[in-house]
Design a protein around this ligand. Structure first.
Ligand code: NAG
Ligand code: NAG
Ligand code: NAG
Ligand code: NAG
Ligand code: NAG
Ligand code: NAG
Ligand code: NAG
Ligand code: NAG
Ligand code: NAG
Ligand code: NAG
Length: 397
């Protein structure tokens, strides 16, 4: 075991920043920043009955917006286009940090569920939609065109003069669920982030295929968050960093990560360190019933194009993970060359085998020097806003 080994949190305790606001009080927004809007489908005290109505009310206003959401099941598709900061706070009945939480199972994450659930069940089966973005539960980006996945090596050609979207989007204790079908049935986004900065704290992102999309110039940070899926369930062009989070394997398909990159001098990507970086986290079977079928079958990732970059750092890999780690795109179309960067650093657990990873010729086992450029959020979020949009209370942990 490496000395730096850390276990993920495994419990959805609210980060301390807004924990008072998130607790169930009367009035509901007691302890919240001034002007916080309150959403509930059933509580008469609410300002709005849907989350999108509150987002629309805030519109393009220049000040930061805060929305407190009551426990419940909301069936709606959320779009965040504003430039100014926006924070969505899930009311959480869970005890605050330091209090007793005997009723919370601290040994397994899979059963964990936030009290606020936002659902949108849709999949781009047989390309029934013009683009994958139409399936998303939550999409953050300045314009519809900026959020399109598109196709080909560089995706949808977003015009250079497109403004940056939200500079500081945050979600706390909210589950985003796209449960279109209980298996991969085409792209089905839970969350998409393009040309925007977004942080997720103690959230859940649930789908089966393409659960998380980080588009061009998208920056997304995840702490104590569950991302569940089967096929290529973290994919995109942008930059993502997971800290103390859980990759929940509902089945195996493609790889956990599928990244694309472009690197030409004309491309704004040259400014950022696109890729998906996973630190002090875990990749585990969704539950004991599926675990036997997954044993040794789930790949850490595969290259959407040859410039894929991802690293599993200090992370626990359960027996579901293939001993050789990553795989090629597919037989006859490997998409691997000397630029492909599919790596592990101080990974551990029964699904980790450094010998098998090295022998695969596609998985890199990194030295401390090789991982250094990607090690911390401050190393990879070098675009708009640096790491100023990440909740400092968890960044310090
Ligand atoms: C939201 O509801 C609270 C409590 O009823 C009220 O004081 C506040 O003015 C409302 N805000 C808006 C923007 O309607
Ligand atoms: C909000 O700002 C964007 C980008 O500046 C603009 O395209 C959009 O029309 C604005 N929306 C409203 C409702 O003013
Ligand atoms: C929540 O809504 C989704 C989608 O409409 C539905 O499938 C699910 O059963 C609902 N859950 C609860 C607990 O009502
Ligand atoms: C969100 O954007 C998608 C794609 O344009 C659209 O289909 C959907 O209706 C939008 N939802 C809302 C609530 O604006
Ligand atoms: C979005 O892109 C399409 C295809 O390039 C273009 O025809 C359309 O005008 C763009 N929409 C906006 C609002 O810029
Ligand atoms: C186990 O996880 C799989 C995949 O998410 C799910 O389909 C199944 O219902 C779960 N079984 C139990 C017993 O929870
Ligand atoms: C792009 O390529 C240049 C030259 O090879 C390299 O120095 C730079 O690190 C690359 N940028 C990214 C984001 O990979
Ligand atoms: C690998 O392929 C990509 C295109 O997919 C290309 O941009 C890159 O230069 C190639 N790298 C090497 C070392 O050949
Ligand atoms: C690791 O992989 C190597 C090469 O495939 C194999 O010989 C070895 O038995 C594996 N180790 C374990 C502990 O499974
Ligand atoms: C990896 O490369 C070595 C040397 O070229 C070769 O002998 C071996 O068969 C390759 N392994 C795989 C899994 O392709």
């Amino acid at each position: 075991m490496p000395a730096k080994m850390l276990r993920p949190w495994l419990v959805a305790l609210p980060a301390k920043t807004y924990a008072l606001c998130q607790s169930n009080t009367h009035p509901p927004t007691a302890g919240c920043p001034p002007g916080t809007l309150y959403v509930s489908a059933t509580d008469k005290r609410a300002n709005f009955t849907t989350v999108q109505a509150a987002i629309d009310y805030l519109g393009n206003g220049t000040g930061p917006g805060f929305i407190l959401i009551a426990p419940g099941n909301y069936t709606e598709q959320l779009n965040v286009t504003r430039h100014a900061p926006l924070t969505l706070l899930g009311m959480s009945r869970r005890p605050l940090r330091g209090e007793s939480y005997a009723d919370v199972d601290t040994t397994t994450a899979p059963g964990r569920q936030n009290d606020v659930q936002i659902w949108w069940n849709a999949a781009n089966t047989n390309s029934r939609y013009p683009d994958n973005v139409y399936t998303g539960v939550l999409t953050i980006g300045p314009t519809l065109n900026a959020t399109l996945t598109g196709s080909g090596p560089t995706g949808f050609p977003v015009p250079d003069d497109t403004p940056f979207g939200c500079t500081d989007f945050r979600a706390y204790n909210i589950d985003f669920r796209n449960e279109y079908a209980p298996y991969s049935d085409g792209p089905a986004h839970a969350v998409g982030v393009s040309r925007a900065n977004a942080g997720f704290y103690s959230c859940g992102l649930y789908s089966w295929q393409d659960t998380l999309y980080i588009g061009k110039l998208g920056n997304a940070y995840f702490h104590d968050t569950i991302i569940a899926g089967q096929t290529d369930f973290l994919y995109g062009f942008g930059t993502g960093y997971l800290s103390r989070s859980t990759l929940l394997l509902r089945s195996c398909g493609g790889g956990i990560t599928a990244w694309k990159g472009t690197n030409t001098s004309a491309d704004p990507f040259a400014r950022n360190k696109y890729g998906i970086y996973i630190d002090a986290s875990q990749a585990i079977a969704a539950n004991a019933s599926v675990a036997p079928q997954l044993a040794g079958r789930c790949a850490l990732g595969r290259p959407w194009n040859a410039l894929h970059r991802s690293v599993f750092m200090r992370s626990f890999l359960d027996p579901s993970v293939r001993p050789d780690g990553y795989v090629v795109w597919q037989a006859g179309d490997p998409r691997v060359n000397a630029s492909t960067f599919m790596a592990t650093w101080h990974a551990y657990g029964p699904g980790y085998n450094a010998t098998a990873e090295r022998a695969s010729n596609v998985t890199r086992v990194l030295s401390d020097r090789e991982v250094a450029p990607y090690r911390r959020p401050v190393d990879v979020f070098v675009g708009e806003g640096g790491v100023g949009w990440i909740d400092r209370s968890v960044l310090a942990e």
